[in-house]
Design a protein around this ligand. Structure first.
Ligand SMILES: *Cc1c(COP(=O)(O)O)cnc(C)c1O
Length: 390
């Protein structure tokens, strides 16, 4: 048994994120008939609001699944075994997506990175120009690599695809960027964007979202790959009237409707600015502590999460464990090849300034207790920045 620690738990993982009381209240009610008129109105309202968040006039489908389900749906609807995809190995989530593609029999062309930068649009462009036989059917990128806190410039990836005159689909994992930073499915010419409920959208885990371009829909129609639950076609048809082909996650949709209302009330530009401010405050704390950011490219810093390297010879997991036991706070762990070398502070979703400074205090105190070499004053640097910019 660990010792009792009073007060609220600080859930500062980069997903799941904290749930606003308004969202909790919205889902705390009886289910409704998912074939009845009340449900259809809810479905249409939710999809309409989601379109604003994805910045698309087109289709946004909702699966009752984690984000991983939307990945699988994207691959099986648009591709057939043997088709080639181009994927940039930016971190653990790109790695998992690639592994799934391999299991589904896709042919993978991978571009290496050092896990400290986003995908390189120039390298993608070069690979596409070299692909004279047009074997690459899709380019897959992770917008915010939650494992490294590096962003990929999706607009530039699209520009390089256009410059190469290559017909591949552009698929983007925006699971940890949507509702944290500006995301433009239509304007950036993305064919498939996938997202999940439990990160910037402030909803419990269990829903995934897929924005689908007309081009991707046409490709899916012609694709004969076997699929059933993940088939976009019945979902897209039912969604037109706000319904689903099976029992939807009704109470999660109540939660989502409220969370989307909150985001639109705050105003998306304000939501994005808030995330940027918290990320900058966090990085100022890290620099003052004398620790290293996992992301080495200042243009690629993620707004919703910051991955921090512990000094050589120290354990990030031990630090996280001390912080959990002593200060009742959960932080994200290092994933894959940076396991135990990195800890991650989630600062996305429903978060107040005092929750952020409390989070940074917990990290600074934890480093003292765990004996992680650092300079004091990181929290002060964050406070100085936040009080000047609040
Ligand atoms: C969280 C996350 C995932 C995985 O989503 P699940 O909902 O756990 O399936 C995939 N990609 C990124 C970028 C993520 O942040």
């Amino acid at each position: 048994m660990s010792e009792y620690v009073a007060g609220r738990h600080f859930l500062q993982t980069p997903g799941p994120t904290n749930l606003p009381d308004r969202v909790l209240r919205a889902m705390d009610r009886n289910a409704i008939n998912h074939r009845g008129p009340e449900f259809g109105a809810l479905g249409l309202e939710v999809i309409g609001k989601l379109r604003q968040i994805f910045q698309t006039q087109g289709i946004v489908g909702i699966f009752p699944s984690s984000g991983t389900g939307a990945w699988e749906a994207a691959l099986v609807n648009t591709l057939a075994p043997g088709d080639r995809i181009l994927i940039s190995r930016t971190g653990q989530f790109a790695h998992l997506w690639e592994q799934m593609a391999a299991k589904l029999g896709l042919d993978i062309q991978a571009l290496e990175t050092d896990w400290r930068h986003g995908a390189d649009p120039a390298a993608i462009g070069a690979a596409l120009r070299d692909d004279r036989e047009r074997r690459i059917k899709a380019v897959c990128v992770v917008h915010s690599e939650t494992s490294t806190s590096c962003m990929t410039d999706v607009e530039s990836v699209r520009a390089t695809m256009n410059a190469a005159g290559h017909p591949a689909l552009l698929m983007v994992d925006a699971i940890s960027s949507l509702a944290c930073t500006d995301y433009r499915h239509d304007a950036w010419g993305v064919d498939v964007t996938i997202a999940g409920s439990q990160k910037g959208l402030m909803v419990p885990p269990g829903l995934s979202f897929t924005a689908i371009s007309d081009k991707a829909l046409t490709v899916a129609k012609a694709n004969t790959t076997a699929r059933s639950y993940w088939d976009w076609a019945p979902l897209v048809t039912a969604n037109k009237t706000g319904f689903f082909p099976y029992t939807p996650a009704i109470n999660l949709l109540f939660a989502l409707n409220e969370a989307l209302a909150m985001l639109l009330e705050e105003g998306l530009p304000n939501v994005f600015a808030r995330h940027d401010r918290y990320a900058e405050a966090t990085r100022r704390a890290v620099r003052t502590w004398g620790l290293e950011l996992q992301c080495e490219d200042p243009r690629a810093y993620a707004p919703g999460v910051t991955a921090i390297r512990v000094p050589e010879g120290h354990s990030a997991d031990k630090l996280r464990n001390v912080i959990l036991q002593k200060f009742n706070m959960s932080l994200g762990n290092g994933l894959g090849r940076i396991d135990d070398k990195v800890f991650r502070i989630g600062h996305m979703g429903d978060l107040g300034v005092l929750q952020l400074t409390g989070t940074l205090s917990g990290v600074e105190m934890g480093m003292r207790v765990a004996g992680i070499p650092h300079k004091a004053g990181g929290v002060q640097a964050a406070i100085d920045y936040l009080s000047g910019n609040a």
